[in-house]
Design a protein around this ligand. Sequence first.
Ligand SMILES: Nc1ncnc2c1ncn2[C@@H]1O[C@H](COP(=O)(O)OP(=O)(O)OP(=O)(O)O)[C@@H](O)[C@H]1O
Ligand SMILES: [Mg+2]
Length: 348
Amino acid sequence: MREKLLEVKELKVGFQNKKNYTTILNGVDFSVEKGETLCIVGESGCGKSLTSLSIMGLLPEKGNIGEGEIIFNGEDLTKKNQKQLSKIRGNEISMIFQEPMTSLNPVHTIGRQVSESVRLHRKLGKKEAETKAIEMLRLVGIPSPEQRIHNYPHELSGGMRQRVMIAMALSCDPKLLIADEPTTALDVTIQAQILELMASLKQEMDMSIVMITHDLGVVSEIADKVIVMYAGKIVEYSEMRSLFDKPLHPYTIGLLESIPKLNEDQMELPVIQGSVPDPNQMPQGCRFATRCPFARSTCLKDAPPSVENGDNHYVSCWQYTDQWDSIAKEEKLNDDSGSYELPAATGS
Ligand SMILES: Nc1ncnc2c1ncn2[C@@H]1O[C@H](COP(=O)(O)OP(=O)(O)OP(=O)(O)O)[C@@H](O)[C@H]1O
Ligand SMILES: [Mg+2]
């Protein structure tokens, strides 16, 4: 096993409103090894971005870490103050976001922005920083970077802007790159190029990547390991191949079933019934029970433990525990067991 770079232990994150405290992440546990790409998948609102913002120390106002540890390179980031965190952010952990236009400054040329980012991290003079910026832009596949440095962000395509963001994120030579839906706003061919670029840069720079996406296609392209999140918890964790070959959690299976298959004439795709529960009204047991075709009354009462089912493949579902046979004899909750509601035809 390779050395662990990041360990997130029993992380709880919530928001303090006027009247009450709402817990969103409820005991998130995972680790990232050196040189590994970990993908976090799950529907909108399940807590993917909050997980990455917690690592970065960039939670939104009123949000806070209630419990847990975030061990990066042997140090607990939850114990650091903002000044220490900002040093780590600038030097060892970098982040890229979904929409590069909002992260780039529209009034400065990209050359200036990449150079400044380079100067922030390396003790270089102006001219040397510009040379380095050109080198970084070439590294991320920007053609004729000597000319491109004079362009403003709006003069670049979305894919090119995302490459500039990657160049800036890499300028500090980070040990960990966190990418939150970096290709969602891009069309598929550009998305494929960016993913390829990230994979090759990872090799070259020997860094780890945490990639957040709701797209299982992206996962299959880039991941070594995968975390499936549902309503603020991890429901399944495994090697990428194992997740696609033998998905275990009913939620993961639902997500995989809703991917269009190229060789089948699928007019209608199955979707997972229902919606994610309100964070203030979470079932006390398994959070997926209200939507699960296999749910029994135990599932609503008690949260399932995480169990290993196959090599390094973990799942939080009563079905995979020794108790399931006796639980299965209990009253079933969802009568339409095993079936997923089909959405209306798309009109074609
Ligand atoms: N600033 C905030 N104030 C209060 N609650 C918040 C705030 N930001 C997020 N939340 C809560 O945390 C939940 C998880 O948010 P998060 O942004 O992590 O979801 P996500 O998995 O990244 O979703 P998406 O795929 O849409 O980006 C949200 O559904 C919301 O209930
Ligand atoms: Mg998000």
